[in-house]
Design a protein around this ligand. Structure first.
Ligand code: NDP
Length: 306
């Protein structure tokens, strides 16, 4: 019985390492973004074991090689269709081939939402980020913007205010959506200035982000534009868990995060385990994803033994 891991972020690779070391060679279906979300950042300084930081792509490549050394087979494909109506579960890949397995680990991650501006791509890793905890450190004593008005945006703005000289919270509505306590924390912070009814329309800068083009009160009689000098722009407008393929069979919450049985990786289906950001609306850090990959593998091993 060969388990299949869907996804190649820290959760997927860690699950493969643990499975391999217990004698189960896993197949990893790598997906569209080999290495996962971490490959969109630069240096990782909060993953234990690397006192001087580590290049994010190097870290993921190391995990990948470790998984392969433990016997994992990596397929450079994506799953385009799943049928989890009965065991063995079947997965159709983008090359048309069909795989089946009694044990699946879903580690497909989540995708940060972006505004959809071409400048976001142009300055990715050069001033544009969707993770303050990952990248905030690079903006110490600088001025940054955070887009969004929910809990994530308020949390990220508060976190960044501890590092940066000034943080602009750029909110498209005339109010924040975040919980009252989060809002209060932001309002009480002298370093955070909220720009309500404001949208980012573009970014500028020769060698990385030097500022953002803004439009205020869009569509109103007094609509006007301005430029805001900032060194970094953090998107905090939500994440989308990559669970759509599995939703007909796997229980998810209203945002699409896979619901697991308490702190375990068990889903509502026998032999199907969830690991990493696809099942984690709160902590979304590589180290947590890796840890949940370990848990998923341990449960999968127990399941296969039984
Ligand atoms: P939310 O969906 O709650 O908020 C997204 C924010 O981004 C909203 O203010 C929304 O504006 C704004 N937004 C969305 N699209 C755009 C756009 N195109 N341009 C500009 N602004 C945009 O997402 P969060 O990630 O903040 O939170 C997700 C869930 O996780 C929530 O349930 C939250 O409570 C929870 N969470 C809890 C935390 C905690 O308890 N510590 C920490 C972080 C998250 P608008 O209001 O206009 O739609």
């Amino acid at each position: 019985m060969s388990p299949i891991i869907i996804g190649s972020g820290p959760a997927g690779y860690t699950a493969a390492i643990y499975l391999g070391r217990s004698g189960h060679k896993a197949t990893i279906i790598e997906g569209l973004q080999p290495g996962g979300q971490l490959t969109t950042t630069t240096i990782v300084e909060n993953f234990p074991g690397f006192p001087d930081g580590v290049d994010a792509n190097q870290l993921m490549d190391n995990m990948r090689r470790q998984a392969v050394n433990c016997g994992a087979e990596i397929m450079h494909n994506s799953v385009v269709k799943a049928d989890l109506s009965q065991q063995p579960y079947t997965l159709t890949l983008d090359n048309g081939s069909v795989l089946s397995a009694d044990v699946l680990i879903i580690a497909t991650g989540a995708t940060a939402k972006y505004l959809g501006l071409s400048d976001e791509q142009k300055y990715q890793g050069m001033g544009v980020s969707a993770c303050a905890t990952c990248d905030g450190f690079f903006y110490r004593r600088k001025t940054v913007g955070v887009v969004g008005g929910g809990d994530t945006a308020c949390e990220e703005a508060t976190y960044l205010a501890g590092l940066c000289e000034k943080v602009y919270l750029i909110v498209r509505k005339p109010y924040l959506r975040a919980t009252q306590a989060m809002q209060q924390r932001v309002m009480d912070n002298d370093k955070i200035e909220i720009l309500f009814e404001t949208n980012v329309t573009g970014l500028y800068g020769d060698d990385g982000v030097e500022g953002a083009h803004l439009v205020h009160r869009k569509g109103e009689a007094d609509e006007h534009t301005s430029d805001l000098p900032i060194s970094g722009l953090f998107l905090a407008i939500g994440h989308k868990p990559n669970s759509d393929l599995f939703k007909p069979w796997i229980n998810t919450d209203e945002q699409g995060y896979i619901i697991t049985d308490g702190p375990t990786p068990l889903t509502n289906l026998p032999g199907v385990f969830a690991a990493g950001d696809v099942a984690d609306p709160l902590y979304r850090q590589a180290i947590n994803a890796a840890a949940s990959g370990c848990r998923a593998a341990m449960e999968a091993i127990k399941y296969m033994k039984e």
